[in-house]
Ligand binder design. Structure first.
Ligand SMILES: Cc1ncc(COP(=O)(O)O)c(C=O)c1O
Length: 414
């Protein structure tokens, strides 16, 4: 652009921005929350158990009472089929996979993962694939685990870099969201999974937090990503103890009132159950049973996800279309085009993400705090903005995406 064209471009963006300000918007796109419409499709969950007779599991267990710390057998079977592992490798738990990750890290800190408790070591480091999930990073920081950034690639973590980093024995693990990653929407490809499974870290108690939160969250029936089964690969290399898989129904049924699960090797399952023995007598088995009754089998879960996808697809497509119309070809931003998951990741040039966030906030649109997708809340390039299109109604979402694009134009032209 000539200087005159640039001035004109900026003036037009500012004019539109002030128009948005006058509309007094009040939209929250800060978290990946399902919309009310999505919650409504799980209302069957509320009436599934009517009396004591409904509360008996297939193996004859009265789920109203204590016991069965690894979870209701039917529920464990359902998740074993979903995650393609044996039922003995599954523990069905309470309402949050994030709290399971917290408990697991806590266990590693106080009791170790088969070796010295991490809290007794001078330094514990984790690899953080960036941009990534803010709550993973906050949790590591909370435990005093030092994070090392490694940039995400379109096919997953940069394995050349990871293979170097794990030569350091103080690197004890890494966070992975292997399918439809938060926020990039990347699914690790076959080669990446193979190399992750083949890793030979210097730390004998190396653990990968395999947070498979979006394992069935496809947006399209005909175009969806396939994630390799990490345990199947790991058994080939004898590294199955490296991986602890977490998942939940938070974005299948009700966030905060779903069922969470752990999938792990026999050794890790035993270690985790031993710790849980001191923690709880059993989790909420009635909720586990409710999920089994509502879905029946994996096909039932897949059908439910199709209903979610029908609501979510137009939202993702609307944001992508507006970004393309407003920002396409300008060379100031690029964004992910995921076929599943909960987020679109927007990258802006020139260290302008913070300015974009402030402009949006001042005009009534709350985004995920800029920087939150990096450890310590610090994005060294000040470039990443996590867009969460799921919660607002479609009309509000379109206005918000337009405002966001206008804010990018202003910030980048500055
Ligand atoms: C990658 C990832 N893991 C875990 C969670 C939270 O899961 P839960 O509700 O089971 O604690 C989220 C929610 O946004 C997420 O994006």
């Amino acid at each position: 652009m000539t200087p005159e064209e640039k001035a004109e471009f900026r003036a037009e963006a500012l004019r539109r921005y002030y128009e948005f300000c006058e509309r007094k918007l009040h939209v929250d796109m800060s978290r990946g929350k399902p919309s009310k419409e999505q919650l409504d499709i799980s209302d069957r969950m509320l009436t599934e158990l009517q009396d004591g007779a409904d509360c008996i599991s297939n193996d004859g267990f009265d789920c109203r009472s204590y016991g069965n710390p690894a979870g209701v057998r039917d529920c464990r079977e359902l998740f074993a089929n979903l995650l393609h592992v044996d039922v003995g490798n599954i523990i069905a738990c309470g309402n949050s996979s994030l709290s399971l990750i917290y408990d697991f890290l806590s266990q590693c800190m106080t009791h170790g993962a088969g070796s010295t408790p991490w809290s007794k070591l001078d330094e514990v480091k984790f690899i953080a694939i960036v941009p990534g999930y803010d709550r993973h990073f906050a949790m590591a920081q909370h435990f005093g685990i030092k994070m090392i950034n490694s940039k995400m690639t379109p096919t997953g973590p940069n394995m050349d870099e990871i293979e170097e980093l794990i030569k350091d024995p103080s690197v004890k693990g890494m966070f992975c969201v292997p399918k439809y990653s938060n926020p990039d929407g990347v699914t690790y490809d076959a080669e990446t999974c193979e190399r992750l499974a083949a890793m030979k870290p210097a730390a004998e108690d190396f653990r990968v937090i395999w947070d498979n939160a979006y394992c069935v969250h496809d947006l399209y029936e005909d175009r969806h990503d396939h994630l390799r089964n990490i345990f199947k690969l790991a058994r080939k290399y004898g590294t199955q103890d490296h991986f602890i898989e977490f998942s939940s129904t938070s974005k299948i049924t009700f966030p905060g009132s779903g069922v969470s699960v752990i999938a792990a090797s026999e050794r890790n399952v035993e270690m985790i159950l031993n710790r849980m023995h001191y923690q709880t007598i059993s989790y909420d088995k009635l909720n586990q049973l409710r999920h089994v009754k509502v879905f029946g089998n994996v096909a039932g879960i897949k059908l439910q996800m199709k209903r979610h996808a029908a609501i979510l697809r137009p939202k993702f497509e609307a944001v992508e279309q507006i970004f393309e119309e407003e920002l396409g070809g300008l060379g100031i931003a690029h964004w992910s085009k995921p076929v599943g998951g909960y987020f679109i990741s927007l990258e802006v040039t020139g260290g302008s993400a913070t300015t974009v966030g402030t402009l949006c906030q001042d005009a009534g649109l709350t985004l995920t705090k800029v920087g939150a997708t990096y450890p310590y809340g610090y994005d060294p390039d000040d470039s990443n903005i996590r867009v969460a299109p799921t919660y607002p109604p479609l009309d509000e979402l379109k206005i918000s995406a337009e405002l966001l694009a206008v804010a990018v134009k202003i910030a980048c032209s500055e």
